[in-house]
Design a protein around this ligand. Structure first.
Ligand code: GLN
Length: 469
């Protein structure tokens, strides 16, 4: 087995009988036990393989890692938050039921930013995850452990969740593929809610084809999630090699300007040149309202966070502090259980939603959100995809931004706009600068993940991962 183990390569070896599913599980389990101390990618590691006699699919026996905000029945689910440290899930998330049916194995639950709030993995109540490319750097967040686990081959693939960029950011920093599906494509039943109008589950994988395979398995309507769409699910692995000639790609000038590190820009430009050589027609566009995305996102998200996290009150789930009266139970449990970033967002959100301020902040942000969405609609009248960088920089140093929330928020500058419009987006590795990976982002129309996967797959075949500046 090599570091390049993919779903396909493991599946083929299993079919040929080169090794058994139990042996694969053990191989990964041993490797995690050796390496996890250093990386802190896993919060819990499962002891036993979950092998069934039959092999229902191409995913049968494939070892995976699951972000610790996705419920697996009978296993702890902490969202890397102190308040949920001892919470055990009582049912399977929709995506977990689907993966179980496909015969996937689960190696364990992965570290993340506390309650999925952050862009570095450092807000975890259980210590930061390290970037496998450079242990002094962050792996990106909030799906930090999922990305680090796949990059270090401590899992063949992982699931993460993306509210403002949490799948694509760590994929970019760790040099792997991360796909945020269209809002509604994948069930969020059993995902610990952060900001419900944005949260989506998606795959982190070693290549684009694997992302397509996982999307096949986890997509589709779920009656337990009122926002899951009744949309037909195509076979995303089909026709990935269909020539790109004639496709139209837009490059928003707002993605290539202020804040973008020069080396990242050079790798993105090289990738755009590759797209042109594959017959894609590329044009620059302007999306004048993108500049409001961060401001809008950081009003809407704290507002929804303050509502969603109200249920963590010391009575129903997790940590509960003793006190003489009910109010003090709430207050003490929240004081002890919520980390600083959670408290900051609850305060911001409660303020933005309170009477007298609601119209000025929350309602206004929702209006601007619609205007941003119109910017996207307009571009998609003439173009099939929007491309640019995933992150403005490569992975930064541990501690570099953790004391400065605003600079951490700015890391979401290129990932949060597509979320406000509910669009699908993928990050594909597009080269190396100073030994650190860089990600190329492709955003598509609603429910057109296929085009993202097709473009990503063909760029990957062109070897963009090995470009340098
Ligand atoms: N960095 C963003 C935030 O902190 C994104 C988080 C996410 O996508 N879960 O809100």
């Amino acid at each position: 087995m090599t570091k390049e183990n993919t779903i396909k390569s493991i599946h083929e070896s299993l079919e040929k009988g080169e090794f058994s599913a139990e042996e694969i599980f053990k191989h990964y389990h041993d490797k995690i036990n050796k390496k996890n101390k250093e990386l802190n990618a896993y919060l819990s590691v499962f002891k036993d393989p979950q092998i069934e006699g039959s092999r229902p699919s191409v995913l049968s026996g494939i070892p995976s890692a699951i972000k610790d905000n996705i419920l697996i029945e009978g296993e702890k689910c902490t969202a890397a938050s102190k308040i949920l440290e001892n919470y055990t899930a009582t049912y399977d998330a929709g995506v977990i039921s689907k993966l179980k049916k496909s015969g996937v194995q689960f190696l364990g639950k992965t570290n993340m930013d506390d309650s999925a709030m952050g862009a570095s993995g450092e807000s975890s109540a259980f210590g930061p995850t390290k970037n496998p490319h450079d242990l002094s750097r962050v792996p990106g967040g909030s799906s930090s452990g999922s990305a680090a686990a796949v990059a270090a081959d401590l899992a063949v693939f992982a699931l993460g969740s993306d509210t403002g960029g949490s799948i694509r950011c760590p994929a970019s920093f760790c040099g792997i593929v991360g796909l945020n599906p269209t809002y509604g494509r994948v069930s969020r039943h059993g995902l610990i809610a952060m900001a419900s109008s944005l949260d989506q589950i998606g795959p982190l994988t070693k290549n684009v084809e694997d992302a397509a395979l996982i999307l096949n398995a986890i997509s589709g309507h779920d009656e337990m999630d009122a926002t899951s769409a009744k949309k037909e699910v195509p076979d995303f692995t089909k026709n990935l090699d269909k020539p790109l000639k004639g496709l139209r790609a837009a490059v928003p000038k707002e993605f290539m300007g202020e804040g973008l590190e020069e080396n990242v820009k050079q790798l993105v430009l090289k990738t755009i040149a590759k797209l042109e050589s594959l017959g894609v027609h590329v044009d620059q566009v302007s999306m004048p309202h993108l500049k409001y995305s961060i401001a809008v996102y950081y009003i809407i998200v704290p507002s929804e966070v303050s509502a969603n996290l109200a249920r963590l009150d010391g009575i129903r789930y997790g940590l509960s502090e003793k006190a003489d009266n009910l109010f003090d139970v709430y207050a003490k449990s929240k004081e002890k259980g919520f980390g600083p970033e959670i408290k900051r967002r609850i305060m911001l959100g409660t303020y933005a939603l309170s009477s007298g301020y609601y119209d000025a902040y929350y309602k206004k942000a929702q209006k601007v959100r619609t205007v941003i969405r119109h910017d996207f609609d307009k571009v998609f009248e003439d173009f099939d995809i929007i491309v640019g960088p995933t992150m403005p920089t490569p992975a930064f140093k541990l501690g570099e931004k953790s004391e400065d929330p605003l600079s951490m928020y700015l890391a979401d500058i290129f990932t949060c706009p597509s979320k406000l419009a509910g669009l699908p987006a993928i990050s594909v590795p597009c080269g190396i600068t100073n030994k650190l990976p860089v990600g190329f982002q492709i955003i598509g129309r609603h429910f057109d993940e296929y085009t993202l996967l097709r473009v990503g797959h063909q760029l990957e075949k062109e070897g963009i991962k090995n470009q340098t500046v």
